[in-house]
Design a protein around this ligand. Structure first.
Ligand code: SAM
Ligand code: SF4
Length: 327
């Protein structure tokens, strides 16, 4: 069967799978304090149904999947899904995005089920500050959580830090320092103006150039590097002098990755979204539950995948500017 190509010739080999819309955190840049109008349980795809979507996409070129949310680890028996995905022919890479709270108890079980690696979000190394940003006090130690994942054999370990001026940017050097002794990949993410941060974000956005300049000034010249062998997404990696891990930056607000975007997303209720920021989506749950093959629906969604996302276009001055910065 032919590869999954969208209307701009980008090959779609990577699927982000949201297994729940719920979360045990309420990060202000992501979710309102009172939560969201949660999806009814009957609308949420079962693990078998998710695995069936992946089985039908694999012959069309899908090779890598990421389990995400909401917070995926709060859905019971997540290792059952990992096991089903691992058993799907052609799926080469299974990653998990998590806030890490449940990693100490789940990391080994997930690794045994066939999980390859994790991206753990951690906006602070201080538990009281995490509680303030997440607006939930779960007494959480991010170093212990990432270490549990490392001990379980998950690799590479990537830590995602959303950098916010005046909120956690004083910890940039502490995060960078972790890479001197640990083989971890710390990625600093520019805050995106969505959710409750939309009104405040300009003041809080710290451009990635500033993050790298601060790290270079403190530790010495950064050496550009290829980054981790697996799962290289939209990050540029650097190594501190003498470091074992890397520091990276993800710059959704000052650069674009749309031109090389190979990602599509399956929502918890079975819609295929072709851009994180757009409304382009196709319902896969209805045909799936009716036993109708998904390929024509997937092709229709890809035909509508936008060339670049509107959020960025607004910020950097339209699509012409996008093409000039590499989009
Ligand atoms: N709950 C999991 C977690 O936090 O890793 C997975 C889902 S979370 C939505 C995925 C990633 O999106 C996290 O790394 C989070 O920091 C990032 N994110 C959410 N809202 C963001 C925003 N407004 N700006 C930048 N990154 C954001
Ligand atoms: Fe959003 Fe992840 Fe924070 Fe939950 S932990 S509120 S899903 S960023």
């Amino acid at each position: 069967m032919s590869a999954l190509l969208d209307q701009f010739g980008r090959r779609i080999e990577y699927l982000r799978i949201s297994v729940t819309d719920r979360c045990n955190f309420r990060c202000s840049y992501c979710m309102p304090l009172e939560g969201l109008p949660w999806l009814p349980k009957a609308d949420i795809l079962t693990y078998e149904e998710i695995a069936e979507v992946v089985r039908q996409l694999a012959p069309m070129g899908l090779r890598r999947v990421r389990i995400t949310g909401g917070e995926p680890t709060i859905r019971p028996q997540l290792s059952t899904l990992v096991r089903l995905l691992r058993a799907t022919p052609d799926v080469e890479d299974i990653a998990l995005s998590t806030n890490g709270v449940r990693l100490p108890e789940l990391a080994s079980e997930l690794a045994e089920a066939g999980l390859d690696r994790i991206n753990m979000s951690s906006d602070s190394l201080k538990s009281d500050r995490i509680a303030a940003i997440a607006r939930r006090d779960l007494r959480f130690d991010p170093i212990a959580a990432a270490s549990a994942a490392q001990d379980a054999g998950l690799a590479p370990i990537k830590l995602n830090v959303v950098v916010m001026r005046g909120i956690n940017d004083d910890e940039v050097l502490d995060f960078a320092r972790l890479t001197l002794e640990r083989p971890w990949h710390v990625r600093f993410i520019e805050l995106m103006p969505v959710g409750e941060m939309a009104m405040l974000s300009d003041a809080h956005v710290v451009p990635s150039e500033e993050v790298l300049a601060r790290i270079g000034a403190a530790f010495g010249p950064l050496e550009p590097t290829a980054g981790p062998a697996r799962g290289n997404g939209p990050a540029a990696y650097h190594r501190l002098p003498g470091g074992v891990g890397t520091v990276g930056v993800i710059t959704p607000m000052t650069h674009t990755y749309c031109g090389s975007c190979n990602r599509v997303r399956l929502t918890a209720d079975g819609r295929l979204r072709t851009c994180l920021f757009g409304d382009h989506e196709v319902d896969l749950r209805t045909p799936l539950r009716a036993g109708i093959p998904l390929a024509p629906f997937v092709r229709r969604a890809l035909a509508e995948k936008p060339e670049a996302h509107a959020l960025l276009a607004r910020r950097v001055g339209g699509l012409r500017a996008l093409s000039q910065v590499g989009g």
